[in-house]
Design a protein around this ligand. Sequence first.
Ligand code: SAM
Length: 212
Amino acid sequence: MRLRNIPGADNAIAQSSYCIKEPETHKGIWQEVFPSSQPLHIEIGMGKGRFIMDLAAANPDINYIGIERYSSVLLRALQKMELSPLPNLKFICMDAADIADVFAPEEVARIYLNFSDPWPKDRHAKRRLTSRQFFARYDLVLAKKGRVEFKTDNQDLFTFSLEEIPEAGWHLDASTRDLHHDPILNEGNIMTEYEEKFSSLGNPICKLIASR
Ligand code: SAM
């Protein structure tokens, strides 16, 4: 994603009640930031937030947290939330490498990863959000019956992710390399910003679901 330094983004995030500051202080008690106590699903690398906002609007009985590393990107989601607030959605500006400092064991019921950065160089493989190193972090916060759902149009990253799942000691529950033509996995699919952009260019969308 091309990033612009947006003046005031850090300040807007600091002022916003939709963005949780010092997230590690909520470890184990995330339900307190929402009006209702209900399952918690998170998206890592949510970008401008379209997917998680549509998901939160469609599922008021789930609490959602969107995680994004860059304030300049997260700002776009905050602006959308100000126009249509959702009580069951909060944001965190952080590097997901630190999620085990922020969520307690089994606190998260589901993790969404959408169009994650591919980090194409081999020496950067451990930075990929579907690397075994990241699965080990998800293991620390995900409920026993929880799952990771991952979508991408990047075939190499998808192949890498399929290979990492058993290496991480996880189980592949389902996968497709053509989500939009898979009647089962595509049912109820909510498109992300990148998904809409790349599928409109003719790129097939890949999806996998993994659990332990
Ligand atoms: N998920 C969105 C979509 O599908 O439209 C955005 C995809 S964009 C290619 C990937 C996003 O993940 C970027 O906004 C990037 O800043 C964020 N990201 C990548 N690595 C991250 C990490 N370790 N922690 C938090 N966010 C991360």
